[in-house]
Each structure stands twice: as C-alpha cells, then as structure tokens.
Design a protein around this ligand. Structure first.
Ligand code: FMN
Length: 165
C-alpha cells in the first residue's frame, strides 16, 4: 500500500554487499518510464550503473559521499534543457524529480533502500554518461539492500506547512 511505503521509507546510507537483480532494476526503470511528464514530452534520460567497479568509478568521479561507493546501483536522471513552463519552472527538473520519486517508492516496495543525492558534481556525471551539452543531470540516487534501519527523521507539523484559504 502506498501509504505504508511512504511512511516506512528512509534514506539508507549503508548497503549490504548484494547485487540488485536485473529484473528489479528493470522494475525501477519502468516506474520512471511510466511517470507523468509535462505535455507528456518524456524528455528525460535515465542513467544507470550497477556493476561495482562502475558504481565506484561514478561515485568517485562525481565526488559523492563515501557510502555511495557501496551502493548496488546508482541511477541518475537528466533532462533536456527546454524552455520553462508557463509557471516559470523548468519542466525537466519537475519531470525528473517525479520520475526519481516513483523509483524511490518502487524500490521501497521491492525491499531496496535508497538515498537521493544532491551532493554530487553534475558535470562529472554528465561527462561519465557522455550526455550532450543540452542536457542537465537533475538528480542521482544510490540504491541497494539496506544494512541499517534508521529511525524516522522529524517532520514539520501540518500546521507549519499548510496555507489553506
Ligand atoms: C533533493 C535531496 C537531496 C539530498 N541530498 C543528499 C545527499 O547529498 N546526501 C545524503 O546523505 N542525503 C541526501 N538527501 C537525503 C535527505 O537528507 C533525507 O531525505 C532527509 O534527511 C530526510 O530523511 P529520510 O529520507 O530518511 O526521511 C537528499 C534528499 C533530497 C530529497
């Protein structure tokens, strides 16, 4: 149930030395493929490494935190540098964030932990995957079988977040 997945998900920063089977990786990728995009343009690239040497090489060259080197896979999403939407926001960044969120929740359902990463060198990731200049790497996420069970991090109350008219 989606509510349980949302409540139980944690950022995982310690992974078992266990490969993510390719059919599970395929399911993660499929969840990103099915995610909604602005005007259904689907102008995203899904960037995947799952071999330990490649995970280490990418984690290293992208200057990530040490734990990322032990992930079972790293998946990134790049978007095409398109015009912004009428609201002024880049559709690619929104599209990529939705697709990554779908993957994170799909992973949770399949027993795979994840940690979304903002601390990385986007140019280095772009270079690693040989992306054209008109693409931007929006996010990368480490995935793997959890070797820790962190407590839930505190969240603001609804009252602090809500503006209801
Ligand atoms: C956009 C974004 C960037 C993040 N960047 C990092 C990061 O670079 N390194 C890291 O260890 N965690 C990173 N996180 C994970 C957050 O620290 C984590 O989601 C937050 O502390 C709440 O904890 P939880 O995910 O366990 O609920 C990031 C999360 C998001 C959504």
């Amino acid at each position: 149930m989606i509510e349980k997945l949302i409540k139980n998900r944690r950022s995982i920063r310690k992974y078992q030395d266990k490969k993510i089977p390719s059919d599970i990786l395929d399911q993660l990728i499929e969840s990103a493929r099915l995610a909604p995009t602005a005007s259904n343009q689907q102008d995203l690239k899904l960037l995947v490494v799952d071999e330990p040497e490649k995970v280490q090489a990418l984690a290293n060259s992208a200057d990530t935190q040490a734990f990322v080197q032990t992930a079972g896979a790293i998946i990134g999403i790049a978007c095409h540098n398109d015009r912004p939407m009428k609201c002024g926001i880049s559709k690619g960044i929104v599209d990529a964030s939705i697709a990554m969120s779908f993957m994170v929740l799909q992973a949770e359902e399949l027993g795979i932990g994840s940690c979304w990463l903002g601390s990385f060198d986007a140019d280095a990731v772009s270079k690693y995957f040989e992306l054209p200049d008109d693409h931007t790497v929006v996010c990368i996420t480490a995935f793997g079988y959890a070797d820790e069970a962190p407590n839930a991090k505190p969240r603001k109350s609804t009252e602090e977040l809500l503006i209801k008219k």
